[in-house]
Design a protein around this ligand. Structure first.
Ligand SMILES: [Zn+2]
Length: 339
């Protein structure tokens, strides 16, 4: 299986985020890439550089207002007297029924859900290359490869059509799914990240052509809190096309695999032409977020079960944070998928 990744994705280097009100080092570090590249190579995957696909595939998912915001917000922020080195908002609309402000501070609050996605000079470029890695992996699958892996960093599944959040700027999994729709009449997205894929759910919530399924730690007391509950099933034409499987905290391999069975059964019932796997590795028992207890060997049977669907599959990297086994967890997944 080919891996797609561009060096520019490492330049985004967020410094801080707020957790329970305290400023902490941002966990979405460039070093994640080094560990994941080692993990991909150990699984026998060769690394390919994606092409520059322009803004088209990104604009197929994100609003022009939001793309324009991300393009220019860093320079605009720097022009404000006394502004921080990174763009970090401190005010958000509590509901999205107000007006769109003209200034950088107001727009940052409008387009950024939380403090976990600081924007620096390199962020927009890194986010574009991350999205293009997803597009390149999708193109490989559209050209007949049974599966391809996009080493997307920064990750994407918490990004909505016009909102960044949770370390994410462009929703790479959604961009891949939308691109697959060029030939596939139905596409399923299976999100196995520790955290609910709230941005992906939001983007496709009213659509019946893309089924969104997410396994994750119960959000009642866990990020992203407001989404990921079992009663969120879609709306309008999309009602019944969103399936959330929240798991009790610290659930391990057996519980994860049992929930995965339900997810796979739902995907089979949808009979898609292609699949996107939003591959977070932070469900790992040793991940710094500590929400679930999947083991390193446990990632192989998870991948095997997904591979048995027999669908053309784009695997898109989401979360998974610095710990000794990060690369090994990717190796276990990719090797399991190919076995
Ligand atoms: Zn996550």
């Amino acid at each position: 299986m080919k891996t797609f990744y561009a060096e520019e994705q490492k330049r985004h280097d967020p410094k801080a985020f707020l957790s329970m009100g305290a400023q902490k080092p941002n966990p979405e570090q460039p070093e994640r890439v080094e560990r994941l590249l080692l993990g991909a190579r150990a699984a026998g995957s060769a690394i390919h550089r994606p092409a520059n696909y322009g803004l088209g595939p990104i604009a197929a998912v994100h609003t022009p207002e939001y793309i324009e915001f991300l393009t220019h917000i860093f320079e605009r922020w720097q022009r404000m007297e006394g502004a921080s080195a990174e763009v970090i908002p401190n005010i958000h609309p509590f509901a999205r029924n107000g007006s769109y402000p003209a200034g950088a501070a107001g727009q940052a609050g409008y387009h950024m859900a939380d403090t976990a996605c600081p924007i620096s000079a390199e962020t927009f470029d890194s986010a574009c290359w991350s999205a293009w890695s997803a597009v390149a992996a999708t193109e490989a699958v559209l050209s007949g490869e049974p599966a391809a892996y996009a080493l997307c960093r920064p990750p994407g599944h918490h990004a909505f059509a016009d909102v960044a959040g949770g370390f994410c700027f462009f929703n790479n999994s959604a961009i891949a799914a939308q691109r697959l729709r060029a030939t596939a009449s139905r596409v399923a997205i299976l999100d196995v990240d520790l955290h609910h894929g709230n941005g992906t759910q939001g983007i496709f919530y009213a659509r019946s052509d893309v089924l969104t399924v997410s396994l994750h730690a119960d959000p009642s007391r866990f990020y992203p809190f407001f989404w990921g509950h079992a009663d969120e099933r879609g709306e309008g034409a999309g009602l019944g096309y969103n399936y959330n499987l929240p798991l009790p905290r610290k659930s391990g391999d057996p519980e994860f695999l049992e929930a995965l069975d339900h997810a796979i059964s739902r995907i089979q019932a949808f009979s898609p032409d292609a699949l996107v796997v939003a591959l977070g590795l932070d469900a790992f028992e040793g991940d710094p977020f500590g929400g679930l207890s999947v083991t390193t060997p446990g990632f192989s049977p998870i991948a095997e079960a997904i591979a048995r669907l027999g669908l053309p599959t784009v695997i898109v990297q989401e979360g998974g944070y610095l710990c000794d086994a990060l690369g090994d967890n990717l190796t276990a997944f990719l090797a399991g998928f190919a076995s």
